[in-house]
Ligand binder design. Structure first.
Ligand SMILES: Cc1cc2nc3c(=O)[nH]c(=O)nc-3n(C[C@H](O)[C@H](O)[C@H](O)COP(=O)(O)OP(=O)(O)OC[C@H]3O[C@@H](n4cnc5c(N)ncnc54)[C@H](O)[C@@H]3O)c2cc1C
Length: 443
């Protein structure tokens, strides 16, 4: 990370903390409800912080490019996930403290006799528990991703609306108009974010439709979608970045899938996405007729040679469809006439399934590129590398130790492989800040 990026990251984190703590700091002087004591005050402060955090969860998924750039959007999504757990824990402690110290303040649990704002508070807690646990357990529970996503958005919006109702209804520490105004500002900011995320942002994407020009089968159950913007404009992107693709649905329908852009950044008028058939959506891609409309929300990500200049070249380690962002970087470097030394270590199951293997041979002639294939099930007579990408395999092909520290490393493949390669590179003396990864399962 450059010093400038670090400064920006610190700036955004400081702003986040300020927004989360502002209600507590500003309202701290509030005339306390007489006789209720520290536990009560502390519980209210936790409730405030949790509500501010849940409001800001919507900022984290709004894909604001300036705010996500210093971290990478994947890290911001991880923040979104883990901060939800922290905020939920604060909510639980907020309720538990009141239940222990002032149980009568909770009132009746029966919605027929309870006050509306206390019922709203209970509903908010229940919804937040469901939303958070469901998100954490989604992959284990299985089920359709798109349906989960819609349910996630709806239930969290309901939870937040109920939480604001609870806050304004109970009115603790909101005795002065300016104090109410502060929370009204948070509530309005949240409504604005909701509109931006669910209406304005999809509207902007809908205004720039793309067309599928070609659907090209590749080896290894991979299909390349070739897309062109209807108005002929080019997409400016950095090689290795990714796009959210919407096909056969409106951009408002929340049915988008992330894919690395595989084509050269030298020509953004034709964008290619190489998609491996894994589930319903990715398998259906091969049946998309040319001429069909598509929408792209792009570009995102920081997995790019352009973000990590290296005078002495690059090392790419790809597994299976993890080759897609590498193809973009290699094609771009070739189009730019780059002469820096490049090494690609590319793992696959079988030789017949190695996507882009013929094109890689051509790229090796245009670039100073060495390609090392490793196969789990090599064909008879195979003399190349066998098995997974291990520390020993890396050691056999990496440049001498002195040059290692001056190269940048890009790793993309199945998550287990990516993490194992990163560990192996560390033990071979590659500084961690020189190793960059793109995980395909962070969403
Ligand atoms: C940054 C990034 C870049 C990627 N680049 C590529 C690429 O170049 N080529 C490629 O083949 N794959 C890529 N993927 C993976 C690809 O997005 C998923 O394989 C695809 O969305 C699976 O959808 P499915 O419905 O076919 O599979 P399913 O079997 O329905 O889903 C399998 C899993 O994929 C994930 N997933 C499903 N739908 C979505 C969605 N709408 N958004 C996010 N995740 C979803 C979920 O974790 C789900 O459990 C990338 C992923 C990320 C995060």
């Amino acid at each position: 990370m450059s010093a400038r990026t670090t400064q920006r990251a610190i700036g955004w984190l400081a702003l986040y903390l300020l927004l989360v703590l502002a209600p507590v700091l500003l309202l701290a002087d509030a005339a306390r409800t007489p006789g209720r004591g520290f536990a009560w005050d502390f519980s209210m402060a936790l409730g405030y912080v949790a509500l501010a955090m849940f409001t800001l969860q919507w900022v984290l998924i709004a894909r604001f490019k300036r705010a996500t750039a210093p971290f990478g959007i994947d890290i911001v999504y991880y923040f979104h996930r883990y901060l939800a757990v922290v905020a939920l824990a604060l909510v639980v402690v907020h309720v538990a403290l009141i239940a222990v110290v002032h149980p009568q303040a909770l009132g009746s649990a029966d919605p027929r006799s309870a006050t509306a704002h206390m019922s709203a508070g209970r509903a908010a807690v229940a919804l937040l528990v469901v939303v958070t646990l469901w998100a954490l357990l989604r992959q284990r529970l299985g089920g359709d991703y798109d349906r989960w996503r819609i349910a996630h958005a709806l239930l969290s919006a309901l939870a937040l609306a109920a939480a604001f109702w609870h806050l304004f209804g109970s009115g603790h520490y909101l005795d002065a108009p300016w104090k109410r105004a502060l929370w009204v500002a948070y509530a309005l900011a949240w409504v604005a974010l909701l509109l931006y995320v669910r209406a304005l942002h999809p509207w902007a994407i809908a205004r720039a439709p793309w067309r599928v020009r070609e659907v090209r089968p590749e080896r290894g159950r991979v299909c390349t979608l070739v897309l062109e913007r209807e108005d002929g404009h080019a997409l400016a992107f950095e090689p290795g970045q990714f796009a959210w693709l919407t096909l056969r649905a409106s951009p408002f329908a929340m049915r988008e899938h992330p894919f690395s852009i595989a084509s050269s950044a030298a020509d953004g008028r034709r964008v290619e996405l190489s998609i491996k058939a894994l589930g319903d959506f990715s398998t259906g891609v091969r049946d998309v007729p040319p001429g069909e409309r598509a929408w792209l929300d792009a570009p995102y990500g920081h997995f790019s040679v352009d973000r990590h200049p290296a005078a002495e070249g690059y090392v790419f380690v790809a597994g299976g469809i993890g080759i897609a962002p590498m193809m973009s970087m290699l094609r771009t470097l070739a189009d730019r006439g780059d002469r820096r030394p490049l090494l690609l270590i590319y793992g696959n199951r079988a030789w017949e399934r190695v996507a882009f293997r013929e094109e890689l041979e051509q790229l090796a002639k245009r670039l100073d590129l060495k390609v090392v294939h490793t196969l789990i099930e090599p064909p008879p007579g195979w003399t190349g590398e066998r098995g997974l990408v291990t520390r020993e395999l890396l050691a056999r092909h990496l440049p001498p130790a002195a040059a290692l520290a001056r190269r940048e490393f890009f790793v993309c493949g199945p998550t287990a492989m990516t993490l194992a390669v990163e560990r192996a590179l560390g033990t071979l003396g590659v500084p961690a800040e020189r190793v960059h990864n793109e995980l395909f399962d962070w969403v």
